[in-house]
Design a protein around this ligand. Structure first.
Ligand SMILES: *Cc1c(COP(=O)(O)O)cnc(C)c1O
Length: 394
């Protein structure tokens, strides 16, 4: 065979990467709902457990369907290894836990998904790991936060919910100068529009729940990176703590990956069109969409992303106006999820970011008038009309 999947375009990787057919020659990836595997002899079991023979042992360690998902994700990301997890949060938790031990220190962006903030602020300190938060756009702040015991940097770019962009190359250089690893939560960018490993990140994490499923069905997550870090930091941790992705969910995600490129690109086009409507409306203050020329970090976006993502954020000035807008929407759902085929909008202060204190919210510029909208696959004219009417009545 002369074809090497590593030379394929993303679109080919998404449809065929990792495909491992059974003797039946099925076209659609097989779903292996099996917890364990039978061995031909006691000696064969011994060789499997010793690692002498390759092969599956137990679903917590690996499964053929889950492995197809992992291989496809690794090809897409340009990573040597992908480990699938049961949710995005189990991926982020394990990604950090595998890099630190008692007495270590993490530097993290202030603007993070709120459960990530909880892990850093409420969980890590229980194990003697300290955390410093920085304004991720301020490179001097990252450098100043470094201590001799800093082991990991964590950043989300674009960040939730106000889509601020971090210079991943520069932050990776600072992490490496400090002897630390950079972990990037790449959910908002998607693997279609940003490849953090090529920008110097050590580990990339996803909530596959978002665009990778993209159709509102199952939870999943992924940790990606290169050897030897992936084995050293995560192999035993994942095997013995058990945040394994269900093979059923892996199968759903494999089907999601087949259409990921199409969906994300169409959703990004729709998001750009809806953003024009939002930006033109007199009720709207600030609008943030990474595809707009007026984004304060447009040059940085052009240098590290190949597309804008599918989420737009805008300020209606007050909670009352934001709630009126949401309540007047007829097509777009009120929901806190994102990356879905169905458009949805949320009021971060009272939903996704309510566990932050007001002071913490103000530090990331999240005032009560902000709305975050994830744009889906509906017709752009229908979405624009729905949003415009709701803005008229906000
Ligand atoms: C949703 C999300 C997560 C958490 O993922 P789950 O699959 O819900 O556990 C983490 N980071 C970001 C940026 C997210 O949007």
């Amino acid at each position: 065979m002369s074809e090497d999947p590593k030379d394929w375009q993303d679109q080919t990787r998404l449809v065929r990467g990792g495909l491992d057919r059974s003797p039946y020659g099925e076209i659609s990836e097989a779903l292996f709902l099996t917890q364990s595997f039978a061995y031909e002899s006691a000696g064969a079991a011994d060789r499997r457990f010793s690692g002498e023979d390759a092969g599956f042992i137990y679903q917590r360690f690996g499964n053929p369907t889950t492995q197809m998902f992992e291989t496809r994700m690794a090809l897409l990301e340009g990573a040597e290894v992908c480990r699938a997890t049961a949710s995005g949060m189990s991926a982020i938790h394990a990604a950090l836990q595998g890099l630190v031990r008692a007495g270590d220190h993490i530097v993290a962006a202030k603007a993070l998904f709120s459960s990530c903030r909880w892990i850093l602020s409420n969980w890590m300190p229980r194990f003697g790991v300290e955390v410093t938060y920085v304004d991720a756009t301020d490179l001097a702040a990252w450098a100043n936060a470094v201590r001799p015991n800093t082991r990991a940097f964590l950043v989300e770019s674009p960040a939730n919910p106000l889509l601020e962009i971090t210079d991943i190359r520069a932050v990776a250089d600072l992490a490496h100068a400090a002897g630390a690893k950079l972990v990037v939560d790449n959910v908002f960018a998607t693997p279609i529009f940003q490849k953090p490993l090529t920008l110097g990140a050590d580990i990339v994490v996803y909530s596959a729940t978002k665009h990778i499923d993209g159709q509102g069905r199952v939870l999943g997550g992924a940790i990606l990176g290169n050897e030897p870090l992936m084995s050293e930091a995560y192999k035993d941790l994942l095997r013995h703590t058990g945040p394994a992705l269900s093979p059923f969910n892996a199968w759903v995600m494999l089907k999601g990956l087949e259409t990921l490129d199409l969906r994300v690109r169409r959703q990004a086009e729709n998001a750009a069109k809806v953003t024009e409507v939002i930006a033109a409306h007199s009720r709207v203050g600030k609008v943030i969409f990474p595809g707009r020329a007026d984004h304060p970090q447009a040059d940085l976006i052009a240098s590290q992303m190949t597309g804008p993502g599918t989420v737009v954020a805008f300020d209606l000035g007050s909670q009352e106006a934001a709630w009126r807008f949401l309540d007047r929407l007829e097509i777009v759902d009120i929901s806190n999820n994102l990356g879905d085929a169905k458009s949805m909008a949320t009021h971060p202060c009272t939903t996704t970011h309510r566990s932050m204190t007001e002071a913490e919210r103000l530090e990331i510029g999240l005032t009560e008038g902000w709305v975050r909208m994830s744009v889906g696959l509906e017709g752009a004219e229908d979405l624009s009309r729905d949003v415009n009417r709701a803005l008229d009545q906000a």
